[in-house]
Write a protein that binds this ligand. Structure first.
Ligand SMILES: CC(=O)[C@@H](O)[C@H](O)COP(=O)(O)O
Ligand SMILES: NCC(=O)COP(=O)(O)O
Length: 247
């Protein structure tokens, strides 16, 4: 896959499923959210099938596989269960993420440098499906170099530290960390995506970083959709990203 000449928006629909799972109902359906997101301009749909199944379920992924017009970015932990499931659905994109059951959300990047042989084997196995494999990592040169060494064509830089930064100084520091990571990743010949914790008030600075291929955004979109509807929430985010990335 080549890098797109405009910044892409991957819409993560996990937290539509969070609301459904809170009551064990049939609604709201993340599959409907995915189709609405596509109509509103999403370039792809991201789902994270967690080991604890707290939001997305196998049923969602299987239906999405049949109905998406764009492409699925399937986020998964590096476990045999998930590898086997990915082999069943053969998603266009697979993003390997770190996962622990107790965490509130994905709290850091995958430690590729610390487990190169294991990640390399996973990347090789998943690449045989024809999937483009990316690694969800911190913007850290050691992890970026290791990602290249294990043969992943793409990385997604974790923007959570930027999103959580409190003071203007911390925000600037974390933004620079992301921008440096993007430049370093591109220099390594990688496709560079980014995401986590991005919302309507912090996305523009990240979207202004040259060279990012795609931003994956979920929680803030679902939250805003409560007030404006899912299509409008996606369209607003897409407009912000495109305007900021053109400057
Ligand atoms: C890997 C990633 O950043 C997303 O999949 C995110 O983790 C989804 O939300 P939760 O972490 O709340 O499951
Ligand atoms: N990989 C990041 C993602 O898919 C969305 O994360 P968030 O916007 O829900 O924090």
């Amino acid at each position: 896959m080549t890098q797109s000449n405009r910044m892409l928006l991957g819409v993560n629909i996990d937290h539509v499923a969070t609301l459904r799972q809170a009551r064990g109902t049939r609604y709201p359906d993340p599959v409907k959210a995915a189709l609405d997101a596509e109509e509103a301009g999403a370039d792809g749909i991201t789902v994270h099938l967690r080991e604890d199944r707290r939001h997305i379920q196998e049923r969602d992924v299987l239906l999405l596989k049949d109905v998406l017009q764009t492409r699925m970015n399937f986020e998964m932990g590096v476990t045999e269960e998930m590898m086997a499931f990915a082999e069943r659905i053969r998603p266009a994109h697979i993003c390997l993420v770190p996962e622990t059951r107790q965490e509130l959300t994905t709290e850091g990047g995958l430690d590729v440098a610390g487990q190169e042989a294991r990640i390399k084997a996973a990347v090789e196995r998943l690449s045989r499906l024809g999937s483009e494999v990316s690694l969800f990592i911190d913007a850290d040169e050691r992890q970026i170099e290791a990602s290249r060494r294990v043969g992943a064509p793409a990385i997604e830089l974790h923007t959570g530290r930027y999103a959580d930064a409190q003071t203007p100084g911390e925000v600037a520091e974390e933004l620079k960390r992301v921008a440096d990571g993007v430049a370093f990743g591109l220099g390594q010949g990688l496709i560079v995506n980014a995401g986590h914790g991005l919302h309507y008030h912090n996305v523009e600075a990240v979207a202004a970083i040259k060279g990012i291929n795609e931003l994956n955004i979920g929680h803030a979109l679902v939250a805003h959709a409560l007030f404006v509807g899912f299509k409008s929430a996606v369209a607003e985010m897409k407009a912000l990203i495109l305007a900021a990335s053109r400057h």
